[in-house]
Ligand binder design. Structure first.
Ligand SMILES: *[C@@H]1O[C@H](CO)[C@@H](O)[C@H](O)[C@H]1NC(C)=O
Ligand SMILES: *[C@@H]1O[C@H](CO)[C@@H](O)[C@H](O)[C@H]1NC(C)=O
Ligand SMILES: *[C@@H]1O[C@H](CO)[C@@H](O)[C@H](O)[C@H]1NC(C)=O
Ligand SMILES: *[C@@H]1O[C@H](CO)[C@@H](O)[C@H](O)[C@H]1NC(C)=O
Ligand SMILES: *[C@@H]1O[C@H](CO)[C@@H](O)[C@H](O)[C@H]1NC(C)=O
Ligand SMILES: *[C@@H]1O[C@H](CO)[C@@H](O)[C@H](O)[C@H]1NC(C)=O
Ligand SMILES: *[C@@H]1O[C@H](CO)[C@@H](O)[C@H](O)[C@H]1NC(C)=O
Ligand SMILES: *[C@@H]1O[C@H](CO)[C@@H](O)[C@H](O)[C@H]1NC(C)=O
Ligand SMILES: *[C@@H]1O[C@H](CO)[C@@H](O)[C@H](O)[C@H]1NC(C)=O
Ligand SMILES: *[C@@H]1O[C@H](CO)[C@@H](O)[C@H](O)[C@H]1NC(C)=O
Ligand SMILES: *[C@@H]1O[C@H](CO)[C@@H](O)[C@H](O)[C@H]1NC(C)=O
Ligand SMILES: *[C@@H]1O[C@H](CO)[C@@H](O)[C@H](O)[C@H]1NC(C)=O
Length: 687
């Protein structure tokens, strides 16, 4: 944040970039609606922000407490909208939504999606809503706190506007108004007043909504506490822009851009606006601002603005765009310049060891409240397991998406906070830049006070470990995975995920904790590698890497790493070799010999001598049964691969690429041996 001294200059020229920014025929603007101008009405901090015209970047600049505030990141924005304590902007292209609390002006990314860009936003008292381009679906987020209220209609919205505790939108289908929000009674009340009136545009105020109906007449509904519904006599399309506040309404005349206000005890009919032609208006709680057509400067008026002692004086801001620009390509905003992220707490706390990690550019940020709601307050019933440094819960987001939510442990048994933070950041940093069909995708995260949560895609069929080692899995028909074909397919999928980490991620990544409980199965029984809490950047090429302390899980830890504290990609190969042995034998990595209470035996010591002796049949999982015809060649190939993968010395182990090649060959052998290649439908049906 940079605060400029009051400026003494105004560029006379309106640059080319301004000429290229067409003022689109958008809905009316006002409190809550996206525009190039936004106001924030929080007590004593009235702030006015706009998208600057005539510069290479369509950046945002604000005016607060008599000073100009330069907003970071210094990138291009399409539209801005303000509410009670914060304002938000859509970055050019629509892929990302950023919000700033006017107390600090620290940017906070609320939404990011390249596939579902936003075309409109509206900030109300307690939430921000956006319309996704294409689908016209509305998404809402809490602003800086509280829970979001998202409309449940599947139908698309043409435009939306937010007031205090509610938002309304116009349905694409038949132009009727629907409202939702934290004050559901108010939302329902306003919606019922608009019942079946087809509307062209709407703008929300404190507790009322105005707009033009489909024949162009100005209509206002809702609270009339100060006469704010008392619209002036009007002819069709007599007005073009609206700005509503707590208890007042203002509109611009179509004919000459002059302003007329009503309600609010008459305090908005100011002589300072006389004879001025405005381009657009924006409303705040108890003041209104307008963009003057002749010189694109801003003036504000109303009882709330008097407090700032500059009634009717042009704000010392540069020229502001008269209307939103034509959208540009998403690619422009997918990269968040590093230098602009100082405000981000995630960046601020990175360990030196992972300083080259990137931010969670593709991850959504959730509020703790949202995740509390999604998991029924982290109820015992929702608990589905535990990963490194946390408990995992099943959750359902308000928009219906099923997710797995990992919450860092709290309470007396919590590891040192620093360690927890490291795991959180490490996983967030890694996952957010990894996209592969055999890696579990990170959906988002939450970082509030001491809470650190990661939100993942939900993996319907859970961990491979649970299927292999379930007490209920006694004989062949008990589980889908009691088939060599499927076990080899699972091995291949997981191997591809790890190979991606080692060979295609830049820089390469060593997972450090490959085990069957970190291999998850989605609804189609496709295996995906999860749990990057212990991950580290791998060495470029094959140089050794010495992390400060050993990590991993007993039974899967590379003996070389365990003994010498030398970590290479081959450590993951060892862990994966153990997983292959689990798949072959059905035994845990470490299991008790005999029935109960025997000596602990590692699956490596159990299986490898038999594989070497060519007595594979002795150790194969009896629940799957002996391999048939070509299957036996496939299973032998897997066993041979596993044997090599758990070699004591890393240099003698294959690479993940070698393993993928072997498993591909094994699967091909298996599939050839069957008349029908199992399809995903069959997998699902057998669940
Ligand atoms: C305008 O609203 C702000 C915020 O609620 C309040 O602090 C201020 O007193 C109001 N001013 C007037 C004149 O009503
Ligand atoms: C903002 O970015 C633009 C384009 O990258 C640059 O020309 C301008 O100098 C920057 N402004 C500031 C204050 O950093
Ligand atoms: C929205 O979609 C339209 C048509 O598909 C396209 O022309 C426009 O650029 C898109 N806007 C954004 C913000 O993606
Ligand atoms: C609105 O559009 C949706 C999807 O196009 C359709 O399913 C629905 O029936 C429509 N509703 C009305 C009232 O036309
Ligand atoms: C909700 O709206 C009603 C009017 O419908 C109003 O009386 C009430 O104060 C509002 N509640 C909150 C919490 O703002
Ligand atoms: C408009 O469409 C909505 C949902 O599609 C429907 O509930 C409503 O009855 C329709 N209204 C009119 C006037 O057709
Ligand atoms: C629009 O509002 C005007 C004035 O209230 C009314 O006469 C007209 O019938 C309305 N049009 C529609 C389509 O409801
Ligand atoms: C709103 O209140 C004013 C008085 O303040 C009254 O004249 C007007 O009729 C009311 N309008 C509506 C639509 O209730
Ligand atoms: C507006 O009216 C006030 C008094 O009501 C007066 O002091 C002021 O000079 C007027 N300003 C203009 C620009 O006419
Ligand atoms: C704009 O037009 C309205 C009526 O249409 C008139 O009352 C007003 O004086 C005009 N204002 C200017 C600045 O021309
Ligand atoms: C912009 O225009 C308004 C109205 O014509 C005028 O009062 C103001 O002084 C102008 N501001 C600048 C910076 O030229
Ligand atoms: C399962 O497979 C079907 C068809 O290939 C695909 O459409 C679906 O997205 C897959 N589901 C998951 C969870 O990957």
């Amino acid at each position: 944040m940079t605060i400029y001294p009051p400026p003494s200059f105004f560029s006379a020229a309106i640059s080319l970039s301004l000429l290229f920014c067409l003022s689109l025929p958008r809905p009316l603007h006002g409190l809550g609606s996206a525009s190039t101008l936004a106001t924030v009405s929080s007590p004593a901090t009235a702030t006015v922000c706009g998208i600057v015209a005539g510069e290479p970047n369509r950046r945002i600049e604000c005016f607060k407490h008599g000073q100009r505030v330069f907003i970071t990141p210094n990138v291009s924005y399409d539209v801005v909208s303000g509410g009670q304590s914060f304002f938000c902007g859509i970055r050019s292209g629509g892929c990302s939504l950023l919000c700033w609390d006017v107390a600090t002006f620290t940017p906070k990314r609320v939404y990011f999606s390249e596939s579902a860009p936003l075309r409109e936003i509206s900030v109300g008292g307690d939430q921000v809503c956006g319309v996704v381009n294409g689908t016209n679906r509305v998404k809402c987020w809490r602003g800086m706190k509280g829970s979001p209220q998202t409309p449940t209609w599947v139908d698309g919205f043409r435009s939306i506007s937010s007031g205090f505790g509610f938002s309304c939108g116009i349905l694409v289908n038949n132009s009727t108004v629907r409202c939702w929000g934290s004050n559901s009674s108010l939302a329902a009340e306003i919606e019922s007043r608009f019942l079946d009136i087809p509307m062209d545009s709407i703008v929300a105020g404190g507790m009322h909504v105005c707009g033009l109906n489909s024949t162009g007449f100005l209509v206002c509904k809702g609270s009339n506490s100060s006469g704010q519904l008392n619209v002036p006599v009007n002819e069709p399309y007599g007005f073009k822009k609206l700005a509503l506040g707590l208890d007042h309404s203002c509109a611009l005349r179509q004919s000459n851009g002059s302003v007329v206000c009503w309600g609010g005890g008459g305090g908005y009919s100011s002589n300072v606006t006389q004879d001025i032609e405005f381009e657009t208006l924006v409303g705040a709680l108890n003041f209104t601002c307008g963009l003057i057509t002749s010189n694109l400067s801003i003036i504000c008026w109303g009882p709330g603005w008097l407090d700032h002692g500059s009634l009717g004086v042009n704000l010392p801001l540069p020229k502001i765009l008269p209307g939103p620009c034509v959208q540009s390509d998403c690619a422009q905003c997918s990269i968040f310049p590093d230098s602009q992220r100082q405000g981000s707490r995630i960046m601020g706390r990175q360990r030196s060891g992972t300083s080259s990690t990137k931010h969670a550019d593709r991850a959504e940020e959730f509020s703790f409240q949202e995740l509390v709601a999604a998991t029924n307050n982290f109820s015992w019933e929702n608990k589905i397991g535990s990963g490194s440094f946390g408990v995992v819960y099943k959750g359902k987001l308000s928009d219906g998406r099923e997710v797995a939510i990992k919450r860092s442990e709290t309470g007396p048994r919590t590891k040192k906070l620093q360690e927890k933070e490291s795991a959180f950041e490490s996983e967030l940093a890694f996952l957010s830049r990894l996209h592969h069909k055999h890696l579990v995708r990170l959906v988002g995260y939450c970082e509030e006070r001491d809470e650190r949560l990661l939100v993942y895609e939900y993996m319907k069929h859970g961990a491979l470990y649970d299927h292999l080692h379930s007490k209920n899995n006694i004989e062949k028909h008990n589980s889908v995975i009691n088939s060599w074909n499927i076990r080899i397919r699972i091995a291949l999928d997981a191997a591809r995920g790890i190979e991606y980490l080692h060979s295609y991620a830049v820089p390469p990544i060593i997972h450090r904790d490959i085990k069957s409980s970190n291999i998850l199965l989605d609804a189609n029984w496709t295996a995906r590698v999860s749990d990057f809490g212990l991950s580290m950047m791998g060495p470029e090429s094959d140089r050794d890497f010495r992390p400060s302390n050993a990590a991993g899980t007993i039974g899967y830890i590379d003996p070389e790493y365990y003994g010498l504290n030398v970590l290479t990609a081959k450590s993951d190969v060892y862990g994966f070799g153990v997983v292959l042995l689990e798949l072959l034998t059905g035994k845990k990595a470490i299991f008790k010999s005999g029935n109960e209470g025997g000596e602990p035996v590692s699956v490596v010591d159990f299986a490898c001598p038999a594989i070497m002796a060519g007595e594979l049949g002795k150790i194969l999982d009896p629940r799957v049964g002996p391999p048939e015809s070509n299957e036996s060649e496939a299973v032998e190939l897997v066993a041979y691969t596993a044997l090599h993968s758990v070699n004591l010395e890393g240099k003698d182990r294959p690479t993940m690429t070698d393993i993928v090649a072997n498993l591909e060959r094994a699967l091909a052998l298996c599939v050839d041996s069957q008349d029908n290649i199992p399809s995903t439908e069959i997998f699902i049906a057998s669940d």
